[in-house]
Design a protein around this ligand. Structure first.
Ligand code: NAD
Length: 487
């Protein structure tokens, strides 16, 4: 059994019980054991939270920016001091490895650090003598209460793409984390509580689709940041906009890798496999489809199969494990269905993880690494997001033709190229249609001081998460002109 209490909301500086009708168990994906229970928040709970945020906003917006970042410095110290403890909870409810959990928290902390630079990030512009005797200044101002709705796959990092920036820029903030792994958010908010934000500035409400709809329909919420699957992202974008809100909605992905003839094949295979299978493939930047120049295709397939077979499937808290459990048994079935579809569509399964067994974890949601060769662009495993440890390989005549294939994808989150040619790299940078591009790296992950966002069906909106983009999302620019005729 577990030490976790039932999951609570954090509203106006107090821990409260959600009062909605629905609820669900939070399970350990590696064992199937219940860890906790999450009740969903009602529209009244959302209303109470928004009211707390609005009340807090009135004084918080007027606090000097230097004062607003002080709790963030304390929050960072607390996150550092409690990193292992949060990571352990994250592994228990998500299934990923301890190293991956610590890595995601590190990326989250980097966002807290960047948001501590808000005195600089808030600066807009000033022109003296913009017109005769007139000086003109742009002033960035907070707007009120913002909400973020986040997915299950990075429960420690993704809330921190938003929270620190929203509050340091002077807004109040509500997080609605995934109902599938809400305990990490509770851990984060225990530290929010300790960090000393004024009551009502940072709030947490748990729930599912109904809770999200209450957020989208609430007049007191200025804007919504969303990260999750494409169909939900599109709906959120439409509903939030129809209700007059700002919205940034990041969706799903299908990430392509191109391996050129000139690439270091051993390096490319290692990086591609680690990106494809780390986190059980449940990453929006995971490599999904690899296009390999024909002359090196056979060698690359062999290398990828060898790397895949060296992976260790197991409990995320076991140090040997490189691939943990999938989030739910239902999701595991969905991923297995894609493997069957790949076989039916005619791709050859050259690494078959379907019969994986993890001794002592018979009820866990495990699937070993699956690698298909001779995938074609029309197959469902080449087009649709699988979000599991499944990688497809296909030959390509050259880098240009490979870029054509990736550009036909509905998604545009990330793409990588392995090459030894600067000319290939330049062509890729200019032609590949994805928000995050990498050369000689498997995972095109931007640091916190750059924005994070995709293109095409991977993103709905304009301003992205992280850094300056999200500060612009959370603020409005007033332009102010001044003339003193006697001066
Ligand atoms: P999801 O879309 O099922 O859920 C995301 C959030 O939306 C959760 O908080 C959930 O409670 C809420 N939600 C779910 N269904 C809803 C509905 N019908 N109406 C309103 N709200 C709803 O996503 P997930 O399975 O938790 O996360 C995995 C997905 O997120 C993948 O598609 C992955 O690619 C994507 N993702 C994208 C990025 C990115 O930056 N583009 C980052 C991480 C994950």
């Amino acid at each position: 059994m577990s030490d976790y209490d039932a999951v609570r909301n954090y509203v106006n500086g107090e821990w409260t019980e959600p009062t909605g009708d629905e609820s669900q168990d939070v399970l350990n994906p590696a064992t199937g054991d219940p860890l906790s229970h999450v009740a969903f928040s009602s529209a009244d709970d959302v209303d109470e939270t928004v009211a707390a945020g609005q009340a807090a906003f009135e004084t918080w917006r007027a606090a000097p920016v230097e004062e607003r970042i002080q709790p963030l410095f304390r929050f960072k110290e607390l996150l550092e001091a409690n990193l292992d403890d949060i990571a352990e909870t994250l592994v228990e409810e998500h299934g990923k490895t301890f190293a991956e959990a610590k890595g995601e928290l590190r990326r989250g902390i980097e966002n807290v650090e960047v948001a501590c630079g808000m005195p600089r990030l808030m600066q807009a512009g000033h022109v003296s003598n913009a017109a005769p005797d007139i000086d003109e200044t742009a002033v960035r101002q907070p707007l009120g209460v913002f909400a973020a709705i986040t997915p299950f796959n990075f429960p420690g990092m993704i809330p921190l793409w938003f929270l620190p920036y929203a509050v340091a820029s002077g807004n109040a903030f509500i997080l609605k984390p995934s109902e599938r792994d809400p305990l990490t958010a509770v851990k984060l908010f225990e530290l929010v509580d300790e960090a000393g934000f004024p009551d009502g500035v940072v709030n947490l409400v748990h729930g599912g689709a109904d809770t999200v709809n209450a957020v989208l329909e609430h007049d007191g919420i200025e804007g919504v940041s969303f990260v999750g699957s494409t169909p939900v992202a599109e709906t959120i974008y439409e509903k939030a906009a129809a209700n007059g809100k700002r919205v940034q909605a990041q969706g799903g992905a299908k990430n392509h890798v191109i391996v050129a003839e000139s690439a270091d094949l051993a390096f490319a295979a290692e990086k591609t496999v680690s990106s494809a299978f780390a986190c059980g493939g449940e990453r929006c930047l995971a490599n999904d489809v690899v296009l390999v120049e024909e002359s090196v295709y056979e060698e690359f397939v062999d290398r990828v199969v060898a790397e895949a077979e060296a992976q260790v499937v197991g409990d995320g808290l076991d140090e040997e494990t490189t691939i943990g459990a999938l989030i739910t048994a239902e999701h595991e079935r969905r991923v297995r269905d894609y493997v069957e579809a790949g076989i039916d569509e005619g791709a050859e399964l050259v690494a078959d993880g379907r019969d994986v067994e993890v001794a002592g974890y018979e009820d866990g949601n495990f699937l070993g690494p699956c690698v298909f060769r001779d995938v074609t662009p029309d197959m469902s495993i080449a087009r649709e997001e699988i979000f599991g440890p499944v990688l497809g390989l296909m030959p390509a005549p050259d880098v240009d033709a490979a870029i054509d294939v990736l550009n036909e994808s509905d998604f545009g989150n990330a793409a990588s190229l392995f090459t030894d040619s600067g000319a290939d790299a330049r062509t890729f940078r200019h032609r590949a249609e994805a928000g995050n591009l990498a050369v000689n790296a498997g995972t095109a992950a931007p640091m916190a001081f750059f924005h994070f966002g995709g293109q095409k069906d991977s993103f709905f909106g304009d301003l992205h998460a992280q850094s300056e983009d999200v500060v612009r999302f959370y603020t409005d620019e007033t332009v102010y002109i001044e003339r003193w005729p006697d001066a």
